[in-house]
Design a protein around this ligand. Structure first.
Ligand code: UT7
Length: 334
């Protein structure tokens, strides 16, 4: 007789229990960036909305940034490290394909009972991870998930390349996701467009490799206009689908927290979504730059910390970037 496998079921739903973030100490102004590229403070502010950003120290690793943010989120959640069932780290700047950043993050958090893996969905990585965390909790694979979005992009950009040097930066944000009796994370709308891989990629050509502190990293290159056009034309549709699937209207929102890609992309999405003026919008890019997978949880943490949005409020989240991968969902804020 064929053996019968015992299935597992978890909580009815999942929710974000807490958030924490880490912005590296060093503030880098547009004027400092312009020492290495042919640009101006005025151009950068006007075209991207960025006034300053943070760079991690040379001896600060992706894992250091991640542990800092995740430690804060874990402490705020009240969940003990040994209760964590999974650690997900969304990043494209951990220097090694293996071992994962997540395995080291779990170890350093004391999450001795956790599975661990990295997510490679670039700027969409946090929203991908949130959907995966919710599915794990609902299926019974984990009771609590630590999800981190973290990047040290300064290791991977050419600081003399004016198409990327002014926009990307370093940082980490993390949430703890746990069980819920009520729906608190809406259905995800996600996808990717592999026909546009070259729009943002780590350059493969050996001749484009550069030395970086003794380690050879490929360099991140971006066709800014192509990504900009795609984001503005497609991401409003994806945002609307996420609202629809969650049964929430733009008017019901307490916050709009899009990936902090470019202030002009955020403004275009606001117009396309006809977002009412009373909904607070994340504009963290102004002082944090574009931190890819980290940008949404960093912005979320700041909006909650400043009281700009209420704890327990309803937010629309959307991440988009290399791949060209995207993911959006509505979520109740911790
Ligand atoms: O997070 C992952 C996803 N990434 C994104 O979503 C980024 C999407 N793209 C963007 O945000 C924008 O494309 C950028 C901010 C990267 C660039 O802004 P843009 O308005 O698309 O600039 P552009 O490439 O169309 O260039 C406009 C002009 C050009 O000059 P001409 O041909 O009009 O004379 C460029 O040569 O600006 C020039 N330019 C610059 N000038 C000063 C390009 N880069 C610079 C620069 N400083 N850094």
């Amino acid at each position: 007789m064929t053996a019968r496998i015992t299935g597992s079921t978890g909580a009815p739903y999942a929710r974000i229990m807490s958030v924490g973030s880490y912005r590296p100490e060093r503030v880098v102004t547009n004027d400092e960036v312009c020492l290495r590229i042919d640009s101006t403070d005025e151009w950068i502010r006007e075209r991207s909305g960025i006034v300053e950003r943070r760079y991690a120290a040379a001896d600060e690793s992706v894992v250091d940034l991640a542990v800092n943010a995740a430690g804060k989120a874990l402490a705020a959640s009240g969940v003990a490290p040994d209760q964590v069932g999974f650690v997900l780290v969304a990043t494209v700047t951990h220097p090694y394909p293996t071992p994962s950043a997540a395995a080291e993050v779990a170890f350093r958090l004391g999450a001795i009972n956790a599975g661990a893996t990295d997510i490679s969905s670039a700027c969409a990585g946090f929203c991908y991870g949130l959907a995966m965390a919710q599915d794990m909790i609902r299926c019974g694979s984990a009771e609590y998930v630590v999800l981190v979005g973290v990047e040290k992009l300064t290791d991977w950009i050419d600081l003399t390349d004016r198409s990327t040097a002014f926009i990307f930066a370093d940082g980490a944000g993390a949430v703890v996701v746990g069980p819920s009796q009520e729906p608190a994370i809406g259905p995800v709308v996600w996808g990717s467009d592999g026909s546009q891989l070259d729009a943002i990629c780590m350059t493969q050509s050996l001749t484009d490799y550069r030395d970086h502190g003794g380690t050879r990293f490929p360099t991140l290159s971006m066709k800014g206009q192509q990504v900009f056009r795609w984001a503005v034309s497609e991401m409003s549709k994806v945002s609307n689908q996420a609202l629809e699937r969650a049964g929430v209207s733009a008017d019901d929102l307490d916050a709009f927290i899009p990936h902090q890609a470019n202030m002009r992309i955020t403004d275009a999405l606001i117009r396309a979504l006809k977002l009412p003026a009373h909904v607070p919008v994340a504009r963290d890019i102004e002082t944090t730059g574009n931190t890819s997978a980290a940008s949404i949880p960093i912005a979320m943490d700041r909006m909650l910390a400043t009281g700009e949005v209420p704890h327990g409020g309803t937010a629309l989240l959307i991440g988009f970037g290399a791949g060209l991968a995207y993911a959006a969902q509505v979520a109740t804020l911790p």
